[in-house]
Design a protein. Sequence first.
Length: 99
Amino acid sequence: MELKGHQIGVIRLGSGELRAIMNRCPHKGAPICRGMLSGVWNWTQSGEVTFERARDVLVCPWHGFEFDLDSGHEVFWKRPATLRMYPIEDVGGVVIVEL
């Protein structure tokens, strides 16, 4: 959706919580809302790989960067990159986003 000239994506997580984000990946400007909502693949030094579904991430459709939807921070990249997130609430079925 567009609000005051900003492309905003609204995501309802499996828990029912809402997230509102700017539809722009901070890495290269991709339309991040076209990405996949997923969990996180974790690995240990011994080579074990596990999938953590409880952690919601949005995967950039261009380069695969994964952003945690609780904090907005990129999950694995060493350089800090953060999604622009907006306060959002559901009031009796009406979604309100604060810019």
